[in-house]
Design a protein around this ligand. Structure first.
Ligand code: DGY
Length: 322
């Protein structure tokens, strides 16, 4: 019997893929940093039993409807807004993601963005490298304190809770907003539930970790930024489209908020000349929330395990569409 075909949309370490090669014909898209063109992915999907995809791959209805052999799309991310899950479910195709294994790493990055923006650390690093440091002075690059301030976490999933845990070490007051109450976080971390409006008005640091859905698209708009403190720092480590980027830039330019730390953008990669990247109070990173060697390895292993399970007729460990 012919082995099933598994298509992987990026180059991944051979030794992590080896377990799949024992049971399937595996092909990887050949270019390290460039995503596979949609038409190539569509063509590969027509004969694939499994796809191992990245968050930058568009897995839409048109692609899924032509993928007659496809059993699983294993997405190398916790977010899966790049996949039409409804269409996949209708076709009987399983979608899996990589939750939990990336929570600590993504929370570390999120909290780093908050610290970088609050203490102006990127500006400070550039300052010394550009030979601008002429001597110590009392308010040189003075940022704002993080400790004993209020953090407001929008989206209290595993990553949100893990960020809250870090905030306890900084003696912060923790507010959160979520679709449902998180009694464990309230009990164990002292987190307090707040309405969206209450959170954005009271928090010194507003951290966006909510998944991108029809309801959260443009959640952070002109009105939301207007309600924030003029000293507020906004951090986004979820998805770019949750934020109206023009409104964010305007809010910073007009002093409605103080700074922002962004790991995600509506258009990725964002153009280097985008006005968002030129503002000194906006710190931008190239979507590296879960990018540590240990965590990316664990994520690949989880995708491989999920595909293996489905090829053997079992349910994956982390299924999105039960
Ligand atoms: C995810 O997994 O969805 C994150 O955005 C990766 O950094």
């Amino acid at each position: 019997m012919e082995k099933p075909f598994v298509y992987i949309t990026r180059q991944l370490p051979k030794k992590l893929i080896a377990p799949l090669e024992e049971i399937a014909n595996v092909e990887m898209w050949g270019k390290e940093e460039k995503p596979v063109p949609y038409e190539v992915l569509k063509e590969k999907s027509r004969k694939a039993t499994a796809l191992l995809t990245m968050l930058s791959d568009r897995i839409d209805r048109a692609l899924l409807e032509e993928a007659s052999q496809l059993k699983i799309v294993a997405n190398l991310a916790v977010g899966y807004d790049n996949i039409d899950v409804e269409a996949a479910t209708k076709q009987g195709i399983i979608v899996s993601n990589t939750p939990d294994v990336l929570s600590d790493t993504t929370a570390d990055l999120t909290f780093s963005l908050l610290l970088l923006a609050a203490r102006r650390l990127v500006e400070a690093a550039e300052y010394i490298k550009n030979d601008q440091w002429k001597g110590w002075s009392p308010y040189l690059l003075a940022g704002r304190d993080v400790h004993h301030k209020t953090i407001g976490i929008v989206g209290m999933g595993n990553i949100g809770r893990t960020v809250a845990k870090r905030a306890t070490g900084f003696d912060m007051t923790i507010l959160y907003h979520n679709r449902s109450r998180d009694e464990k976080a309230e009990r164990e971390l002292g987190a307090m539930y707040a309405s969206f409006d209450e959170l954005i008005t009271k928090a010194d640091f507003i951290v966006c970790l909510t998944p991108l859905t029809a309801e959260t698209m443009n959640l952070f708009n002109e009105e939301a930024f207007r309600k924030m403190k003029s000293t507020a720092v906004f951090v986004n480590a979820s998805r770019g489209a949750v934020v109206d980027e023009k409104a964010l830039l305007k809010a910073i330019q007009e002093g409605e908020i103080a700074a922002a730390g962004l790991d995600v953008f509506r258009q990725e990669p964002i153009a280097a000349n985008d006005p968002l990247l030129t503002h000194p109070h906006i710190i931008a990173l190239p979507h590296i929330g879960s990018s540590s060697i240990e965590t990316r390895t664990a994520m690949v292993e989880l995708c491989v395990e999920n595909i293996k399970r489905v090829l053997k007729g079992n349910t994956p460990a982390t299924i999105v569409n039960r």
